[in-house]
Design a protein around this ligand. Sequence first.
Ligand code: ZN
Length: 123
Amino acid sequence: MEKVKIRRELLEYLLELARDFYPNEFAGFLREKDGIFEEVLIAPNPHFGRSSAFFDTWMLPYDESIKGTVHSHPGPNPRPSRADLNFFSKFGGVHIIIAYPFVEDSVRAYRSDGSPLRIEIVK
Ligand SMILES: [Zn+2]
C-alpha cells in the first residue's frame, strides 16, 4: 500500500481540532512540503452535514502547496461517505478522515478514488 507522510505535530494538532469541534465536524486543507504534510488551513465556511463535511471548492485558496484535505467524523466510522467520495474525486490529492474518538488509530488516509493509503508519522 502506498503511504502518505504527515508530521507528528500536525497530526496531534488535527486530533485536537477534531476533539474541539466535536460533536461537529471540522474540515481543512493540508499543505505539503517536500512530500510531507506539515500544515492545515481550516476551511473558512465548510458545510457541515450529519455524515460529511463538505467543502466549497471555489473557496479553495490558490495555493500549490495544498495537496489534500482533512475532516473529522463525529462517529466511529472512518470510511468516506458518498458525499466525501464525490468531493474527493473533484479535488484529487490525499484525504484524511479522523473518526471518533480522535486518536491515532482512528485516522485514515485515502486517495481521491477512495482507496486507502498507509499513514507514516514523521518527526
Ligand atoms: Zn466524511
